[in-house]
Design a protein around this ligand. Structure first.
Ligand SMILES: [Fe+2]
Ligand SMILES: [Fe+2]
Length: 360
């Protein structure tokens, strides 16, 4: 479809140099990738993670004698997940024009909603909080609205990668404690198989979320390296867990989580940031910051689709390309199963932006 621009805008229209992908084409490719990934994700979610927060756990068997620290942590998990409708509606609104991303956010929201209900059941069946107390606590939580940590889609996408990984780590460490594996003296004699199963089940969902968003960031990193690396740098510079300013007893929760060996700044550095960096081909925070600084020293032609080559030294572009290719193979395999390959296949298109890599 031909674009009609008023005559006075013709000069401002960015020109795409021959051989490079236009932003419009990049956006189309990212959208197709998201759509294929979303369909693959939904099928897999229904096949392998179709659990229910009431029926999938033997709530009657949950210990009535959980240590107070464990109740505090469980209550905090419940509080954060309680904002699932806010997370979903805000993110959904941000990506509403993208089929793959907006439909995914609905699916994601339906999984986060189960987390909220499962953790609430854990608090209720612990017997350490009355139903009235829980109802009032929920009312307090709901009186506040969670808002997007960043104004634009790419920063929020990047934020979600780190957030999902951090949440997964919290639940995995809770699972280990509930399996009786804590090395903290005050939790050494504790175990509860029901709580361990809850934490494990939810952690598996969080891992799936992390992977979805990670694949999304990889696509952005591949087609828009500069702005994606900048977003990663900005997000890690001011990362905090979602709802940390909304949950009334956050300080007690985060201190208890820290003392229980579940999560703290060191865990964020080692098990969240480093892991995500490794998955995105970024060597370290220092390499990221220095690389971005270097690209700023050369003139910026962003709107004109020229790329400074310095950006490609900041991360392992070849690795990210391999990952984006693999994602497309995964989508294509799924599409073959259904028959999409014969009517409307998702295809990988190489980004020829990196000098000297046009040959393969
Ligand atoms: Fe969750
Ligand atoms: Fe999640």
């Amino acid at each position: 479809m031909a674009e009609i621009l008023p005559p006075n805008m013709l000069n401002e229209r960015p020109q795409t140099p021959a051989g490079l992908l236009s932003n419009r084409e990049k956006d189309r490719l990212i959208e197709r990738g998201f759509l294929g990934l979303y369909r693959w994700y939904t099928a897999r979610s229904q096949e392998t993670r179709n659990w229910n927060p009431d029926r999938s756990f033997d709530w009657k068997a949950l210990s009535r004698d959980l240590p107070p620290e464990i109740v505090t942590v469980t209550q905090g998990f419940f509080a954060v997940e309680q904002y699932a409708p806010d997370f979903t509606s805000s993110l959904l609104n941000l990506v509403r024009r993208s089929h793959g991303r907006s439909h995914f956010q609905l699916r994601w929201g339906s999984e986060e909603e189960k987390h909220a209900d499962a953790w609430e059941n854990a608090v209720l069946f612990s017997g350490k909080r009355t139903p009235q107390w829980i109802a009032e606590y929920k009312e307090r939580l709901k009186s506040q609205t969670w808002e997007l940590p960043f104004p634009d889609a790419i920063h929020n996408l990047v934020y979600t990668v780190f957030q999902e990984r951090a949440t997964q780590l919290n639940y995995l460490n809770m699972m280990k404690i509930a399996q009786g594996k804590s090395d903290k003296p005050h939790l050494a004699n504790f175990s509860d198989p029901v709580l361990a199963k809850v934490a494990q089940t939810i952690a598996v969902d969080e891992a799936a979320h992390y992977n979805f968003f990670l694949e999304g960031v990889r696509m952005y990193l591949y087609y828009y390296p500069q702005r994606t690396l900048e977003a990663i740098k900005n997000v890690i510079g001011q990362f905090s867990m979602p709802a940390s300013t909304l949950v009334p007893d956050w300080k007690e929760f985060s201190e208890t989580v820290y003392r229980a060996g579940i999560y703290g700044p060191r865990d964020f550095n080692r098990d969240v940031m480093q892991v995500a960096f490794r998955n995105l081909g970024i060597e370290s925070r220092k390499a990221l910051e220095e690389g971005i600084k270097k690209t700023r020293e050369v003139p910026d032609f962003e709107g004109y689709n020229h790329q400074s080559t310095a950006i490609f030294d900041t991360f392992d572009y070849g690795m990210v390309e391999g990952d984006v290719k693999r994602l497309h193979i995964k989508i294509q395999d799924y599409e073959k199963e259904i028959g999409f390959d014969t009517v409307d296949p998702t295809e990988f298109v190489k980004n020829p932006a990196l000098p000297g890599t046009n040959s393969d």
